[in-house]
Design a protein around this ligand. Structure first.
Ligand SMILES: Nc1ncnc2c1ncn2[C@@H]1O[C@H](COP(=O)(O)OP(=O)(O)OP(=O)(O)O)[C@@H](O)[C@H]1O
Length: 223
């Protein structure tokens, strides 16, 4: 399968400090890939580099098609309606994207809220708006930074259920490794700006190093 996102030997420095050090990863068309790591591992820096918001010191980022980002903290436009938030996501060549039908089909909970100000929604509903807004750009790869941050477990479950139905490629940046490795087929573990481990999600979830550092010490044991 061809890679829609290819990060090769990427290094990013902030005022001399190394945030990313030779990171390589790929996301293929339609594939869901997790990027997990502790605080300060470099996850958000990678998102920023993928979106062109920081200049790499070395390495390359190649996006084949369109990439859309769901930023950490969601950042919906609180004073705008749900519908207008979505339409802004489809803005291209000076024209607002108008057909929001597919987003309401994906997140039926938003359909009855389309005229509500986004700032009055729950965190889970705002996350659906942020994902829907990104999808309005019709991306080939969707990058979600901290999907579960500050959300109730039930809201996360609802959103991930809908994400499983998507055919767009996904790079999911998550501190909740259990969630990320459950939703994604493959994953990368970032530690101090480097890829420490990579592989299929089941293998990573069963790896004692991942279990000890990110899964509360629980190691899945198969009979
Ligand atoms: N603007 C900045 N200037 C200087 N250093 C920065 C800047 N942004 C991030 N860093 C540093 O770069 C490293 C990686 O940060 P980054 O935010 O990418 O990590 P992260 O994995 O997303 O962490 P978290 O999960 O806490 O958000 C950290 O050591 C951080 O302190």
């Amino acid at each position: 399968m061809s890679a829609v996102l290819e990060v090769r030997d990427l290094s990013v420095r902030y005022a001399g400090a190394i945030a990313l050090d030779g990171v390589s990863l790929t996301v293929s068309a339609g594939e869901r890939v997790a990027l997990i790591g502790a605080n300060g591992a470099g996850k958000t820096t990678l998102v920023r580099a993928v979106c062109g918001l920081v200049r790499p010191a070395a390495g390359t980022v190649t996006v084949r098609g369109r990439c859309a980002q769901v930023p950490e903290g969601r950042e919906v436009f609180g004073d705008l309606t749900v519908e207008d938030n979505l339409r802004l996501g489809g803005w291209r060549n000076g024209r607002r994207g108008r057909d929001t039908t597919a987003v309401y089909a994906l997140f039926p909970a938003l359909a009855g809220l389309r005229r509500r100000r986004a700032g009055t929604l729950s965190g889970g509903q705002q996350q659906m708006v942020a994902i829907g807004r990104a999808l309005m750009a019709r991306p080939d790869v969707l990058v979600i930074d901290e999907l579960s941050l500050g959300l109730a477990p039930l809201a996360v479950e609802e959103i991930t259920g809908h994400l499983r139905a998507l055919s767009v490629a996904l790079l999911l940046i998550e501190q909740n490794a259990r969630l990320a490795l459950d939703l994604c087929a493959r994953g990368y573990v970032l530690e101090s700006g480097r890829v420490a481990l990579a592989g299929d999600a089941a293998g990573l979830a069963a790896d004692p190093r991942v279990a000890a550092a990110y899964l509360g010490g629980h190691v899945a044991v198969t009979p």
